[in-house]
Design a protein around this ligand. Sequence first.
Ligand code: BGC
Length: 755
Amino acid sequence: MDNQKKIALIAGRDNWHTRDFPEEGIPVVTMSDGPHGLRVEKKAGIGFPQSVPAVAWPVLSALGCSFDTELIHEIGTALAEECIAEGVDVLLAPGINHKRNPLCGRNFEYFSEDPVVSGELGSAYVNGLQENGIGASLKHYAANSREEGRLVTDSIVEERTLHEIYLRAFDTVIHKAKPWTMMMAYNMLNGIYCCENEFLMNHARKEGFDGVFVSDWGGVSDPAASLIHGLNLIMPGNHHADAKVQEALEKGILSQDKLDESVRCISDLAKKVSHHSPKPYDIQKHLDLALKAAEESIVLLKNDGVLPVKKEQSFLLVGNLLKMSNHGGNGSSKVEAISVDHVTDIFDKRKINYAFYSGKSIEKTIRLAKEKDIVIIGAGYYENEESEGYDRKNMRLSSHQNRLIRELCNNHDHVIVVIQTGSPVEMPWKEDAEGILYMNLTGCRGGSALTNILFGMTCPSARLAETFPQKLEDVPSYAHFSDNPHQMEYREGIFTGYRYYDTFDIPVNYGFGHGLSYTHFSYSDLKTGDYSVSFTLKNDGDYDARNTVCLYIGFKDSSITRAAKELKAFQSVYLKKGEEKRIVFNLDESMFQYYDIQKHDWMIEEGMYQLMIGGAVNEIFLQTEMYHEGIQNPYSSIQKEFYEFSEGKLHIEKASFEKMLGRQIPQFKNNIDADSSLKDLELHTFRFLAKVLSKKKELLPGVRLSTIQETPLRQILMADQKITWETIDGMVELLNGMPVKGIKKVLKSLKSSRL
Ligand code: BGC
């Protein structure tokens, strides 16, 4: 194969395909989003054009609450069948990023605030796909935890935190499921774009990844540098990158070996995946599985006796979300659902005695409520409020929804609140509602699943895979999440999510792992065996039900900074009423390890560890201790003197964070280059341009103006095949005060690319 073909192969043909060279035995690879169902576009276009109707599965943040690896494996298998039916070879999923802050617009696309949960569920998803011949794309690698400025922002993360929190889930999926591709995140990690981040890519290779590193769509800032440092495939593609790569190869900056390695990875993938002839799948079977998945995802947060409700009772359903469910969030993961069960439709079908009102007038709602036994209010976000491309500004429901719930609770004794969001919200009325269900965004069967749970046909079993804090200010990354569009300092280090709330006793609304049931489980007879721990779990209540049991490990006398408890393993168990089972957790060394930044490796500190069996992190039923051998003088960069806990908050000064990092945080350089966004240009002399564009509300269908303002110049490449890197270079020169040179370059590039 000559170099021209090789260079062509390392960038895709268009948005969704790689190039094929049949004469070289390299077939095409077709890709599609993921992760909550297929998004096969009807016609190519910019933004998120209409896609072919598909099964809308519960979003990953909902599936995270199931803690059920078998269920997620089944969903992976079902998705593989859907891919085969649509001619898709690689599904761009799953997203397993760590949820650092509830405001991140894409949190609904991720499983959990715990890397063990994300790693185990992510592995099940990937195995389900790949065992059926469809490749996964594990994304977004790595430390991609905010949407604001996502294409350029620098995630600054200390080494131990990076390994223990942000890379851990990726490592697990590499070990347990060997994904065929990994998608490099848009952001920078410690000053280097993920697509060019040799540390990240070498790390995954060392852990055993042998597939294709693919860029996130339009995530390449410098094609040659990306390939040199390990990226294999630039997406979406056309001939954009060719000239830059050719030049780097000629100058010897990019070695022939590196280029050949990428070619080998892509052609291996193409040979592995492209053998399916489209075959229809059993839609009903998938819809049934989507129902089971939704049932296992809905968390019963509070029940003062109102649930389950009875068919003889009368109901007032309040809120448009019960009439038009929000089945998923917005952005590249949005599925055009083939059907959606809305709660009111299901109530109609089952002939339940109910009335519906939107809730627009609070007075009217109260009047109507008085005529019914039970009030069920659906509160949450409408489709575009949680989205790829931008973050939430706060953690609140609308003030109308909050007022409505409060007033209803003041005027009716039996109010059940159903929350339809993909991430936590504040609940100022929490004490007043009689029942609270976290429905999440549960896909096309959400309405049926909710109804089954409300009426006790299904016993709720889900647990929160993410803490519901009382208020946004309590979130450990609160002060360093949206304070700087260009940099994100992960100052809280390992103290994210429950690791923080639990260790520092911060009161929360509902803790990690919280989830009630209609039945009762008892836990007894804890024993430690040969590197294992076991106990008896009994369903001694009145319902057949599923339950997730968790193993947490702590080390009170550790000489390094640690969280009070860390989840190390979990099992989802189904028990009929009266049934009991011996549950065994086999231990392994990784459960006792911390990441030592002097040895740059995982180590075990010698001492007495606490092994705790629980549900929620603050609900430990059984506990024992175990001595583990290991090193005596562990070292951690996260030291107590670097942080201060006062007035209910963790404070880490910049100087302390720099000590933890072992370096100074670089100043953001606001020069104009291909990575500059419209917002950056505003700081220069281009305010007029930014202003003109700001007047338009929606420049591209479905894409917010703020997203466009934060998009770097280089993304213009995605708008038209005629635009090349040379065009971008010309524009940069023009903006840097070299109009003649710049315009000449732009025109030349456009002319030559037309040829
Ligand atoms: C998203 C990816 C997605 C890709 C293709 C990007 O904007 O970050 O998650 O797979 O687009 O649609």
